[in-house]
Design a protein around this ligand. Sequence first.
Ligand code: GUN
Length: 301
Amino acid sequence: MPIIIDGKKTAQEIRARLKTRVDALKAKGITPGLSVTLVGENPASKVYVSSKDAAAREVGMNAATHVFPASVSEIELREHLLMQNSDPSVHGILLQLPLPGHLPEDHLLNLIAAEKDVDGFHPVSLGNLMLGRPGFKPCTPWGVQVLLKRYGISTRGKHVVIVGRSNIVGKPLANLFVQKGDGADATVTVCHSATPDLAEHTRSADILVAAIGRPEFIRGDMVKDGVVVADVGINRVEDSSLPKGYRLCGDVHFESVAAKASAITPVPGGVGPMTIAMLLANTLWSAESKAGISGPVDPVF
Ligand code: GUN
């Protein structure tokens, strides 16, 4: 049986540590503030946004969720984001993706002040990440890195294969793992929809990260014995036998891959909860930096 990497428990531990630091900051009269913006009715986005808001409150931060209809104009959204930029009680700004098609995601993300970019999606944050400099790290890739570290799984000298090249997960994760130092020092391969012989690559992975957005895409015959697997996918698959009418599954076919893996993250309860914990870590770091507290750049350890 592989080690089941428990992201829910790890995220809980991280949140408990963060709360201590939030309390210390509040004792100085500063409460970290997170501003979350949701546009439209995407059911998964609604769930994520309410989880982020609740998690921020649970560690003692202020959180405000701003909801706009899918028909909101670009101008209105821009004005709203600029107001968040100039609000001194807001330390972190998050614009939930995806946005409705008429809204230019890139332009709107660029508008968020780099010093409040707790999602780590701003070009400045991504530039710092690529250069190995301090800065906000995108929450899901950082969550994968922290999860492996907490389980004592070294990436040094390992072949990490990432399936998926999104700006949110695949590309930033590759940049994290190729850096020098603890939790990195890996040899990284990024595979995507134009990669021929995908299974040949995945079978050579010591550590495999699945971030494709296709339910149960990675199957047992695509991995080698002893592989460590991080499943970033959260997919809703129709299941009329369940009251909700769907079940959640990852990008990995758990049963067949777990039979060969040495360690694997489940869905749900794997990478997902880590994303939120890292968002809170970024928000705390933002508030601490603004307060002139030069603690460790990585607020988790
Ligand atoms: N949509 C899916 N994941 C994320 C995330 O981490 N942040 C935001 N803002 N939107 C997302």
